[in-house]
Design a binder for this molecule. Structure first.
Ligand code: ATP
Ligand code: MG
Length: 235
């Protein structure tokens, strides 16, 4: 199967000397969903920030066949859409529609095309009715959906979601899982919620001290690392 993301021997140290990534090898296939599990501080978010060039470590990263190099950054960012935990900070325009048009406009699309893409993306996430509302007033679950729509409007091949269930109540989490499972893009899902991961992922990897120390099904890894499926799911 075609790989949409290939990471080889990635190392990164923060400016204060903290070693955060210590040799990550990771491949994501077209249409595949992989859960990134691991303790707080194990390097998951740091890893994600390398995938669209927000951070630059040593090693190699290829996104849809493009090397992570400055001339490719714009094209890479169109292929890989990131939704961070605090998706609120990704919404900054006066209306929801303006927000989801921002990406396509930034890609150089016309206003009409951006609006068309934005509306279609809002439709996909079930937020078309909120196009004229102020993002600021939306609920956490609605904000998450709009942030995802903003990414979808750019027509990415990979979706990266860092702890997307944070701030969502159980029905909101289920609704998000139902939405994500319908989206055809390859996905990287960082979550502490093993049940959510299990519902969505084809496989999982486990981060420890900036390394991937195990790979398998969510169930296997949850058992091996005592990631309690019942407790996490019952939150
Ligand atoms: N800006 C920073 N400067 C220095 N060290 C940092 C910075 N951001 C993160 N770190 C450190 O890098 C390591 C990896 O952090 P990271 O945020 O990637 O972990 P994580 O797996 O995403 O954790 P969590 O599950 O808590 O979100 C930790 O030791 C953390 O303290
Ligand atoms: Mg994190």
């Amino acid at each position: 199967m075609k790989a949409v993301l290939e990471v080889r021997n990635l190392h990164f140290r923060y400016a204060d000397g903290t070693p955060a990534l210590n040799g990550i090898d990771f491949t994501l296939a077209e249409g595949e969903t992989v859960a990134l599990l691991g303790a707080n501080g194990s390097g998951k978010t740091t890893f994600l920030m390398h995938l669209n060039g927000l951070l630059t470590g040593e090693g190699s990263i290829q996104v849809c066949g493009m090397a992570m190099e400055k001339p490719n950054l714009r094209a890479i960012r169109a292929k890989i859409g990131m939704v961070f935990q605090d998706s609120e900070s990704q919404l900054f325009m006066p209306t929801v529609l303006d927000d989801v048009m921002f990406g396509p406009l930034n890609q150089g699309r016309s206003a009409a095309e951006a609006a068309k893409r934005g509306r279609a993306a809002l439709e996909t996430v079930g937020m078309a009715h909120a196009a004229g509302r102020a993002p600021y007033h939306l609920s956490a679950g609605e904000k998450k959906r709009v942030a995802i729509a903003g990414i979808l409007a750019m027509d990415p091949e990979i979706l990266v979601l860092d702890e997307p269930t944070t701030f969502l109540d159980p029905p909101g989490q289920r609704a998000l899982a139902d939405l994500l499972v319908r989206l055809p893009q390859a996905k990287i899902l960082v979550t502490h919620d093993a049940r959510f991961a299990q519902a969505l992922s084809h496989r999982a990897v486990f981060f420890q001290s900036g390394k991937i120390v195990a790979e398998g099904s969510v169930e296997e890894l949850a058992r091996r690392f005592a990631w309690d499926l019942e407790m996490e799911g019952a939150r």
